[in-house]
Design a protein around this ligand. Structure first.
Ligand code: TXA
Ligand code: MG
Length: 350
């Protein structure tokens, strides 16, 4: 049985959250909203509780979890900050980006169970920017290990219903706090490298990290040839729906022509399309089933996963995503579309 509790995100009354926080502290799994996506939380210090996360999600034990803490003081309870230069860098980053959609990879403390970090000697840490997540952390009085609250390889959940669809009766608690604002996961920044390295682009932009830190390594993912990248959790088949998922990228006119051609080539098939609004409008006029993601980068990020899940429920033969151009949070959107398409790129016709 999954207990669902509904909490208005702007008024997270502690007495409503307290039973879930107590249960989490004592070993239950609690799904909860953050500003990025819903997380599936367990008491970080309880290896048995953490093990239940991997079972509930069907997640391989080789993929480490992010540890959530409510304030900067508590970072030192999970990460080894004995290196003063590292501490100074964490403080500088925290002052600008925490609470917020940024995870720092730091040397771990020995108190963190091995299954949290998949045996690595580093740990991912972040302070989420969401009143419910912060309230849950304070009431539970333990750091919360939480991956995104989806079944392994599905798109991350941005609404409580997505969590329910994937994990009902596999978890004890679900706190429904409405839609998440950012809609895409946190940026993962590795501070154990000589140069800070972005392992996963996300809600904190690459540009803003470079502005603060100067030197930052980031290699954008290009999977047109289907090659996988390295690194834990950087598996290619990620964020994917069940329906075969294709990507079309290029200039607007070429993309529109190619999509129409792709539809003509598949007369017997049911096709669903996701695209930025300005392209969605043109495709809609051609009679295609298309969900518009909005035109502003923040809108596109916030609506992406819900749109993919929406199409995935309609028993289509194919989903086609139109690639997005631009920087800021769209770098992360592009990364997710590449991962979901697993190298299925439809070449544009001119
Ligand atoms: O926004 C988010 O980050 C959400 C919310 C719930 O906080 N969480 C999330 O967790 O997306 P998850 O588990 O789906 O993705 C965590 C990513 C994975 O790619 C994992 O491999 C990486 O962070 N990661 C965690 N610890 C790491 C470590 N010690 N070294 C390298 N990568 C790590
Ligand atoms: Mg995930």
């Amino acid at each position: 049985m999954t207990h669902v509790i509904v909490v208005p995100p702007d008024l997270p009354a502690p007495h409503i959250i307290k039973p879930a926080a107590d249960a989490l502290r004592h070993g239950d799994l609690v799904a909860f909203p953050t500003e990025t996506v819903y997380g599936l939380g367990a008491n970080t210090l309880d290896a048995d509780a953490v093990a239940k996360i991997f079972v509930a999600k069907g997640r391989p034990a080789t993929d480490p979890l992010i540890v959530h803490v409510p304030d900067i003081q508590q970072v030192a309870t999970v990460a080894d900050l004995s290196d003063l230069a590292l501490t100074a860098m964490v403080e500088r980053i925290a002052a600008e980006f925490w609470p917020g959609p940024l995870t720092l990879i730091l040397p771990k403390r020995d108190t963190i169970p091995d299954n949290v970090t998949a045996g690595l000697n580093s740990v991912g840490v972040r302070i989420p920017d969401h009143p419910i997540a912060l309230s849950l952390l304070k009431l539970a009085r333990v750091p919360i290990a939480a991956p995104s609250a989806n079944r392994f390889s599905h798109p991350s959940p941005t609404r409580a219903l997505h969590v329910f669809d994937d994990l009902k009766n596999r978890i004890e608690w679900l706190i429904d706090g409405g839609s998440t604002e950012v809609g895409i996961e946190s940026t993962v920044l590795d501070l154990t490298q000589a140069t800070p390295t972005i392992l996963r682009p996300g809600g904190t932009t690459v540009e803003s990290l470079i502005a603060l830190l100067g030197d930052v390594d980031y290699t954008p993912r290009v999977v047109a040839d289907g090659t996988a990248s390295t690194g834990p959790g950087m598996l290619l088949k990620h964020y994917a729906p069940n329906t075969p998922f294709y990507l079309i990228e290029g200039a607007p006119q070429a993309v529109i022509r190619t999509t129409q051609q792709a539809a003509n080539d598949r007369p017997q098939q049911k096709i669903g399309i996701i695209a930025p609004d300005f392209i969605a409008k043109a495709l809609d006029e051609m009679g295609l089933l298309v969900l518009g993601l909005g035109d502003m980068p923040a809108e596109i990020a916030a609506s992406l996963y819900a749109a993919i899940r929406d199409l995935d429920r309609r028993e289509l033969d194919v989903i086609i995503a139109i690639h997005v151009h631009g920087d800021g949070v769209l770098v992360a959107v592009r990364d997710r579309l590449y991962r979901a398409a697993e190298g299925n790129i439809i070449p544009t016709i001119s």
